[in-house]
Ligand binder design. Structure first.
Ligand code: ATP
Length: 308
């Protein structure tokens, strides 16, 4: 095989309840992931050793957390090494990541790339890892990587890596407002711990139930989902990035059914009534001047898979 192409989706956490800091440094999560139609593409070709290039979002002149590394720090590099080691093959591939998912945006872009790389390299190298093996490797790479493989809608527990698929017959339309500069996920969790220690937000001992959001996803209408959305990381993301309040207000003023910060932010996810409503909200938010990019998306969509 000379060239293999795989794609994987971004995610929005439609429910994200964060427990207290665990002794292992992670937080217990109860989250509902929704895979949405904003996709990164990973292309793998035979090579001598590993070589990585990145185009699109986070490439070239990007700075800070937005900058996507092209060495060992890239999750794709680590995915390649992990798959090669576990399959007993040498890690030889030339890999190109074409990024549409902004980096450090709370959309799990790095996780999507890692999931796509596992699928692409499994095909390129003929390692024939089963889906279950790939999921186990994914969990070692990061908490969100198993979901990037699975896609659709899923309840995530543990660090978010223990997944139970959730049924959703509806196609949900969203508008993603992407801010100018990324936010570091560990910094947002750190801020949550600080806000909790200061008694400024609930302590997280009781994780909010996911059932209302799961029930709303199953049968709609958008108003029910709008009422059930929630994200414990929104308060710390707002504390670190106060201008996000304006971004959330802009989504509200544009008539979104609801808006919330996606994951650790700073992306704002605005829920639309339907596709037409999403087009209208996209135009309004693009004109509001608070976002770098505004994208209409829908979900659920499948997880990482080979293209063509
Ligand atoms: P999450 O929502 O999973 O917590 P995120 O979507 O906010 O994460 P990512 O886009 O995954 O964030 O990037 C977080 C950091 O990971 C970036 O600052 C970057 O340095 C690093 N990184 C490593 N590999 C990648 C990749 N392939 N794409 C993007 N970032 C990557």
């Amino acid at each position: 095989m000379t060239v293999v192409v795989a794609r994987a989706p971004a995610k929005v956490n439609v429910h994200l309840a964060v427990g207290p800091l665990r002794p292992d440094g992670f937080h217990e999560l109860r989250t509902v992931f929704l895979a949405v139609s904003l996709l990164d593409t990973v292309t793998a070709r035979p090579g001598d050793g590993l070589a990585l290039t990145v185009t699109g979002e986070g490439a070239g002149a990007a700075r800070g957390a937005d900058r996507v590394p092209t060495d060992r720090r890239n999750l794709v590099w680590r995915a390649a090494e992990l798959l090669a080691t576990s399959a007993g093959v040498s890690a030889d591939a030339t890999i190109e990541i074409a990024k549409s998912i902004p980096a450090a945006a709370g959309l799990a872009g790095g996780s999507a790339d890692a999931a796509a790389a596992l699928v692409a390299l499994d095909a390129l190298w003929g390692t024939r890892a089963g889906r279950e093996d790939l999921v186990a490797l994914a969990a070692r790479l990061g908490s969100d990587v198993p979901f990037s493989l699975l896609g659709g809608v899923a309840l995530g527990t543990g660090r978010g890596e223990q997944l139970t698929p959730v049924l959703s017959r509806t196609r949900w339309h969203w508008v993603l407002g992407i801010a100018g500069e990324g936010l570091s996920t560990p910094a947002v969790y750190g801020e949550l711990d600080r806000l909790r220690a200061a008694g400024r937000v609930p302590d997280g001992q009781e994780l909010a139930a996911a059932e209302p959001v799961v029930a709303a996803l199953r049968s709609g209408p958008p108003e029910a989902l709008a009422a059930a959305l929630g994200n414990d990381l929104q308060a710390p993301a707002l504390a670190l990035r106060p201008e996000l309040a304006r971004a959330l207000r802009a989504a509200d003023e544009a008539g979104a059914a609801a808006a919330l910060v996606s994951g650790s932010g700073p992306t704002v996810a605005a829920l639309a009534q339907d596709e037409q409503d999403a087009v209208r909200i996209t135009a309004e938010l693009a004109g509001a001047g608070v976002f770098r990019t505004v994208r209409a998306v829908y979900g659920p969509v499948p997880g990482a898979r080979l293209v063509g």
